[in-house]
Design a binder for this molecule. Structure first.
Ligand code: KIV
Length: 278
């Protein structure tokens, strides 16, 4: 039987069975088709597209229009994969009605299966209102890149007793507000394990050790296409950047020495017609 899109219920059952699952970012149709052909259960159209696709320094400048522009082709390519659409910075921090408005846009205009937003106790009322309004929400706690400067930069969260307790409270608040799942970024392994055990909703780790219910990576990191920086938690499974650079160099060389295009890449025509033209 072919791949079937997971449901929120199935993710919960996988947690209960101790069966791990995976999520990967994708920002375009071609990558979405590749992921759809793999066993990966979820695609995140993350605001990390600000760096990987748009060349920004951070995720903060990403707009709703840019998110929707990238979510739509992913949804077209990923018919059997659950698609998560990120709410970008500034799209849910003004008011609950702004958050619901933009959550609706991610689902109606983008076609995503749910939205993801960053924050813990501080966004719990927003999450509750969105879920009450029928928008499935994935949380994101720990290192929250949209507000990294408030956290003292891109660093591991929850290392001392106070911040570990705050992180646990964030996780519990997000669950109580009705989120169906929560991403934990840059959290020490023992704390991520404790939170995963305390929650009945699944946790997805990125830099949070092996005990989370699922794992997520950024596609460009996993395949070696983004080399501007490499966080410790990234495992690079392929080196496509080097492959692509080699292919571009071979193309230039073959054009210069006349080996490309060869007869197999060119079109012939009848010599008679040509003679008429001469
Ligand atoms: O935007 C993104 O890619 C993310 C992941 C790092 C979880 O939020």
């Amino acid at each position: 039987m072919g791949k079937q899109k997971v449901s929120i219920q199935v993710l919960r059952e996988m947690k209960d069975r101790g069966q791990k699952f995976t999520m990967i970012t994708a920002y375009d149709y071609t990558t979405a088709v590749l992921v759809d052909q793999s066993p990966i259960e979820l695609i995140l159209v993350g605001d990390s597209l600000g760096m990987t696709m748009l060349g920004y320094e951070a995720t903060v400048p990403v707009t709703m229009e840019e998110m929707i522009h990238h979510i739509r082709p992913v949804v077209r390519g990923a018919r059997n994969t659950f698609v998560v659409g990120d709410l970008p910075f500034g799209s849910y921090n003004e008011s609950i009605s702004q958050a619901i408005h933009n959550g609706n846009r991610i689902m109606k205009e983008g076609g995503a299966d749910c939205v993801k937003l960053e924050g813990g106790v501080n966004v719990a009322p927003t999450v509750k209102a969105m879920v009450d309004g029928g928008i499935p929400v994935m949380g994101h706690i720990g290192l929250t890149p949209q507000t990294a400067s408030l956290l003292g930069g891109f660093r591991v969260q929850g290392k001392d007793a106070d911040s570990a307790r705050r992180l646990l409270e964030d996780a519990l608040a997000i669950e109580a507000a009705g989120a169906f799942c929560v991403v934990m970024e840059c959290v020490p392994t023992p704390l991520a394990r404790l939170i995963t055990e305390r929650l009945s909703i699944p946790t997805i780790g990125i830099g949070a050790g092996p005990h989370c219910d699922g794992q997520v990576l950024v596609f460009h990191d996993l395949v070696g296409l983004f080399k501007r920086f490499k966080p410790k938690f990234v495992k690079q499974y392929a080196d496509l950047g080097t492959e692509v650079s080699g292919a571009l160099e071979r193309f230039v060389r073959e054009v210069a020495d006349g080996t490309f295009p060869g007869p197999e890449h060119s079109f012939g025509m009848s010599g008679e017609i040509l003679k008429d033209l001469e």
